[in-house]
Design a protein around this ligand. Structure first.
Ligand code: SAT
Ligand code: MN
Length: 645
């Protein structure tokens, strides 16, 4: 395995034996390949050295981000049997994780700060917070130092310099991720901007230190397993006070691609609070109406609630144009005019595959069949992939499930329903550049101006298709009381019940929710701030037969159109207990038949009473006595409006 690794790296020009270098790490000599460690800043060198001393890899490779390097990594993964080429497509690959390593693990995700209340709110006695897990940094360090000791034996430690956001933009930030997983290197290469050019801009800038290990060292001569991981010892740990992330035991998704949730949300939200901006779990989308007026919106929806589909929307109203800037994360700062401007810190899409098809998301289907890694989808005998919701395969095509079971297509319909071919959290990892309708400003270093923010979740009942908040404070309240049905994006949140997910950030807060709310409220005190309008949407309301009432997908533009007309100041809204809703006839449903608008907008007193009672109980349990007073006042006002229904 090690020989193989060295051989595939050696094949490249930059890795000729003559160019192999040795670095002294403690008392050991290590082979290093790629960019010379000596060209890194002293800070990075000492970070790498300290970690290498602890993790004890067999060699170190500093990534230069070149085409050749990326090819060599993919070759290496194929040699190890960890990636399989998909001949049906252009430069696409297939990966299958271990069954115990298929999603983020929230219970083992920690934020470590010196004061507990900086990481999670004080809960009611006896209540375990659902807003994050805290541990004292020295205690966590002790545990992690034990886990990481020798964890990279028999493996290569890769050093990945990466930029979140366009390289050199004043809105961007830099991270250095150390990892012993080639799959992670290949994925980070898609999801972030990596390599030499990042190092060149580093200068004195501080960087976020990220250390990742699959937690599966190999003794000399020991054969590797197909998907090394260590779920029993898994820990995903953020240290916001020292801009550091340590992740152990998983090789998949947000647990291991540390630029994504760990950095761009948990660490960045903390930096953002310190510096007066926002790092949010939001898509960014440009919409141009038939008159040619272009506006940008941001939207926060929990994982696997259609954020990628909305970011890739295909308009159904003639004359509209929708262009994507980002599908998962937005970093937003005020410009000199007081306008919030957003960048997408990522460079790729890590989208949920099941449910994606030519009808639900034609643009994703145009994006993902070249230069993409598919993980835990099903595989087909014609060299492609398949997932639930994708168009049916040809009759003679055989389907192998994500767990490697063959001939899934021959199972009975009931069996197929009970054992899906693709894992529900199976994903495509594709370069954003391939998206056919990218907004012209998608990479603008200044970001794009945001006019409206949408909050939403999966709510089968109670909540109407759209309502508008009546003020910034009301909007913050709307974000704070967000709820949604649990999805497969988290391994330990299985139930189908409706859970609180404030701002779609519950798994991603890098600092206490109480301080987060205060920070959001404080934005309106900024002199000259021109804040976006805030709306709440629900595409997922169901009728008494359990069927979705609203067609969703491209038709969601009709709802956004109404919201944008509100941003233009049109008199098309009526008050309602929850907030402002469309005056009858003002939401464009031309050519759309069979939608029960009354059912979509119904606000039922008993349901709403239950809902606010639940919200009050949630705040009392999770942050007793700490809910900022303006938000308690919003909740009281809502209770009052409902009581008068
Ligand atoms: O695994 S990830 O955290 O990257 C995906 C998600 O939950 O949105
Ligand atoms: Mn997400």
């Amino acid at each position: 395995m090690l020989l193989q690794a060295t051989r595939s790296l050696l094949r490249l020009r930059v890795y000729q034996p003559a160019k192999l270098r040795m670095a002294t790490i403690g008392s050991r000599y290590l082979t290093t390949t790629g960019v010379s460690i000596k060209t890194l800043s002293p800070d990075i060198q000492s970070f790498v050295e300290v970690q290498a001393k602890l993790c004890k890899p067999d060699q170190i490779h500093v990534c230069d981000g070149s085409e050749e390097e990326s090819k060599a990594i993919l070759e290496h993964l194929m040699k190890d049997g960890r990636l399989e080429k998909l001949p049906k497509y252009n430069n696409c690959y297939y990966a299958q994780t271990a069954p115990a390593d298929t999603a983020r693990v929230e219970k083992q995700t920690f934020v470590c700060t010196s004061k507990k209340s900086d990481a999670v709110p004080d809960t009611k006695p006896g209540v375990v917070s659902t807003l994050g897990n805290w541990m004292d940094p020295p205690e966590m360090d002790k545990q992690l130092d034990e886990k990481f000791d020798g964890c990279m034996q028999g493996r290569t430690m890769y050093v990945i310099p990466y930029s979140m956001g366009p390289i050199g933009s004043p809105l961007s930030k830099i991270g250095i991720q150390l990892t012993d997983s080639e799959y992670v290197v290949a994925s980070m290469n898609v999801m972030t901007r990596i390599g030499k050019k990042v190092i060149d801009t580093l200068g004195k800038d501080e960087f976020v230190k990220c250390v990742h290990s699959v937690g599966y060292p190999l003794k000399s001569g020991e054969k590797d397993v197909p998907w090394p991981c260590n779920p029993g010892k898994l820990a995903v740990v953020q240290y916001p006070e020292r801009n550091e992330i340590r992740s152990f035991g998983s090789g998949y998704g947000g647990n291991s691609l540390l630029g994504k949730k760990c950095f761009a949300l948990r660490i960045a939200s903390t930096i953002a609070k310190r510096e007066g901006w926002l790092a949010e779990h939001m898509l960014i989308l440009a919409l141009t109406n038939p008159e040619g007026k272009k506006r940008y919106i941001a939207g926060a929806f929990p994982s696997a609630c259609g954020k990628t589909n909305l970011a890739m929307l295909t308009p159904t109203i003639p004359g509209w144009k929708a262009e994507c800037v980002g599908d998962d994360i937005a970093w937003m700062r005020f410009d000199d005019d007081g306008k919030l401007r957003a960048i997408n810190p990522e460079y790729g899409f890590f989208g949920v595959a099941p449910g994606t098809n030519k009808k639900s998301n034609p643009n994703a289907m145009k994006t993902v069949f070249h230069n993409t890694v598919f993980t835990n989808t099903a595989k087909t005998s014609d060299g492609g992939v398949w997932w639930e919701g994708m168009e049916a395969c040809a009759n003679d095509v055989k389907v192998t499930t994500w767990q490697g079971k063959e001939n899934w297509q021959d199972l009975s319909p009931e069996e197929r329903r009970d054992t899906p071919a693709a894992h529900p959290n199976s994903r495509f990892c594709a370069p954003i550049k391939q998206y056919p309708l990218l907004d012209e400003n998608w990479e603008s270093p200044d970001g794009v101006p945001i006019d409206a923010i949408f909050f939403g979740g999966r709510r089968p009942d109670t909540i109407p298709l759209i309502y508008e908040s009546s003020s910034w404070t009301h909007g913050v309240f709307v974000g704070a009381q967000m709820k949604s049905e649990a999805t497969a994006a988290a391994a330990d949140m299985k139930s189908k019940s409706v859970l609180h997910d404030p701002f779609a950030m519950r798994p991603f807060f890098g600092y206490s929710f109480v301080q987060y709310l205060e920070h959001w409220l404080s934005l309106q005190d900024r002199p000259g701030a021109k804040l976006p309008k805030i709306f709440h949407v629900n595409w997922f309301r169901k009728d008494s037969n359990g069927k979705f009432i609203w067609p969703g997908f491209g038709e969601n533009l009709r709802v956004i159109d109404w919201a944008l007309r509100r941003c233009d100041g049109e008199d098309i809204a009526d008050p309602s207990p929850l907030g402002l809703i469309p005056k009858p006839g003002t939401l464009n449903v031309d050519e759309l038949s069979g939608v029960d608008m009354e059912a979509l907008f119904k606000q039922n007193k008993t349901e709403l009473e239950e809902d606010v009672k639940d919200t009050q109980m949630y705040f009392d349990r999770e942050l007793p006595g700490q809910l900022p007073a303006p938000l308690q006042a919003e909740l009281d006002a809502l209770k009052d409006r409902i009581s008068k229904m």
